[in-house]
Design a protein around this ligand. Sequence first.
Ligand code: PEP
Length: 251
Amino acid sequence: MTKPQTFLALNWKMNKTPSESVQWAEDLLGQLGDLNIKLAIMAPSVSLAGLSGVLGDSQVGLGAQDISQHDSGAYTGEVSAAMLKDLGVKYAVIGHSERREYHFESDAVVAAKAAQAIKNGIVPIVCVGEKLSEREAGEQVSYTLNQLRGSLAGVSIQSADDLVIAYEPVWAIGTGKTATAQDAEDMCAEIRGVLKELYPAFAKQIVVQYGGSVKPDNIQEICGKPNVNGALVGGASLQVAGVTGMVDALK
Ligand code: PEP
C-alpha cells in the first residue's frame, strides 16, 4: 500500500492582518512551481474571505483554525462550519493544544467540532499530543492515544480523505525543540494503530501529520518516515521563504 500524499498545513495562528494575508498569498503563488504535495493555509477567520479570493482553485488549499461545534444561533463570537464552507474553506484545525489550554476545550468538544466539520464537508485536522510532564513520566503513548480516542468519539468517516490527525507534542510547539524523526514515527505508528481499530477500511490512507518546530532543514527526514504523512507548521509558515524552503525540501 502506498503512503497517502504528503500534506503540509500552515498554521499561522493569530498572525497577519487580512491585507497582509492577501499580499503574502499572492507572493507565495508567484513563487511556487508545480506541487508534488498537498499544501494549505490555516488562517485567522477574518482573513479567510480575502484569501479565498486569491487562492481560488489554485494548488494551495484554504483552512480555518477552529470551528464552532454548533450549527448556528446564539453563540456570540463563534464561526460555523457552514459559514466557512461558504467561503471555500476545505480544512479546519481542531483541538490545537493552544485551544485546549487557553480555551479549555475538552476531548468531547474536540470530537463534536470534528463531527461538525465532517458533516459540512470540511476536513478536520485533529490535534493530539503530550505535554513535557507526560513525556518525562514515560506516559506519552498512553496519554496521546487516550486523547485521540476521546477526540474521535462518535466521529464517523466515509473515506480516508475525511480526516487528518496531527501529532503535536506540546513541548515541541514553538520551542525550537523538535521530536526526533524516530519519536515522530513511533507515535504516528501508534496513532495509526488506533485508527485501524476505529476506521479499519481507511486507516492506512488517513494522513497523520507531525507538528512541532518543523522547518526546511528537518522536514524531509520527518516526513520520510513510513507513518508520517506531512506536517502542521507554525513558526516556519509565516515567511514565504520558509514555505518554499519546506516545499523544495520535499521534492
Ligand atoms: C503549531 O502551531 O501547530 C506548531 C507546530 O507550531 P511550530 O511549528 O511553531 O512549533
